[in-house]
Design a protein around this ligand. Sequence first.
Ligand SMILES: Cc1cc2nc3c(=O)[nH]c(=O)nc-3n(C[C@H](O)[C@H](O)[C@H](O)COP(=O)(O)OP(=O)(O)OC[C@H]3O[C@@H](n4cnc5c(N)ncnc54)[C@H](O)[C@@H]3O)c2cc1C
Length: 345
Amino acid sequence: MNEYKGIWIIGEQKEGIIQSITYELLARALELKGSRAHEISIVIFGNIHDAELKKIRNVNADYLLQINDRRVDYFLPEPYANILYDLVQKRRPEIIIGGATSSGRTIMPLVATRCRTGLTADCTKLEFEEKTGHLLQSRPAIGGNIMATIKCADNRPQMATVRPKSFSSKLKTSEKILEIITMVPEEKLFSSSVKRIKFTPISENSSNIQESDVIAAGGRGLKKKENFKLINRLAALLGGCAGATRDAVDRGWAAYPQQIGLSGKTVSPKLYFCAGVSGSVQHLAGIKTAANIIAVNNDCEAQIFKIADLGIAADLFELLPLLIEKIEKSRKSVNDKNFSGAEHE
Ligand SMILES: Cc1cc2nc3c(=O)[nH]c(=O)nc-3n(C[C@H](O)[C@H](O)[C@H](O)COP(=O)(O)OP(=O)(O)OC[C@H]3O[C@@H](n4cnc5c(N)ncnc54)[C@H](O)[C@@H]3O)c2cc1C
């Protein structure tokens, strides 16, 4: 096992832009490295814009292993997994950390199986075991009621996926300059039985939920689908995205990509506003890193009030229409002022 060295993170790009999950994984790897000396490599498939390469140059990592080939600009499971497996065989990393994103959740198990090693999915905490140096991989288990810590003692590499937005992506710049190594995989590794035809986002409301600074979310307290319009309207007025609990999604009031929580998405907005949401452990698992939580619930004992920065004990059907009206009026008066100001100029 001694021949395995270094930490790899599987970065992601979209249209040449490095995605925030890359920086989150890097922040994780740097924190891990803090306790032991490890080289950090970022693996990225596809072309990256020069400006993006500049941004990632001084992030304190050692290598960028770039598969700079147009055929992998977009995610395709077979070529990605073939190439990653081939790189692992040649360069032998000790640890590989990927995002618990659609692509990470697809290729990491494929590669782990081929390497005959273990993989812990959806980790929220990673650390080294003091005595052995094994990677301790922790994640919520049994419906979010306990934290399970898993290690892969006998096989290498040790592999884990990490939930997006479960860690800060803020990084300090350093003097060290990343060495870019362009990898040229063998032709046969690009073969794929899947062809990308086009990209269609599932829903406009949900497409950016993990990147959004403001989220208005609704739960079963909204009673029926038509009432979910209140949440959609509020989200639009606040310039954010609409989110939902699993109950609301199961009832068809919102789409699955809008689901927040253990079996949905983890979000990290500046403002998380929710109404008719009880605050189950599974839902709370998705909003732990939200900066400010405002909750409306007509039950003063609701769990959500235990973590809310501002809790409003009220009937949402009275409060939300009033709030929406108030915001609409204040927006209108700002617009009117701007308009009359322009007339007098
Ligand atoms: C393995 C597993 C994974 C899960 N994953 C997720 C997940 O990812 N996300 C998730 O959300 N859940 C998840 N769940 C489900 C979770 O356990 C809860 O069932 C769910 O979060 C409850 O959703 P809710 O808050 O909308 O509904 P409820 O718990 O029924 O809460 C509705 C709330 O609305 C309030 N209310 C009712 N009427 C009004 C009114 N007029 N005005 C104001 N408030 C009102 C009530 O007081 C209540 O607190 C998971 C469960 C399991 C077992």
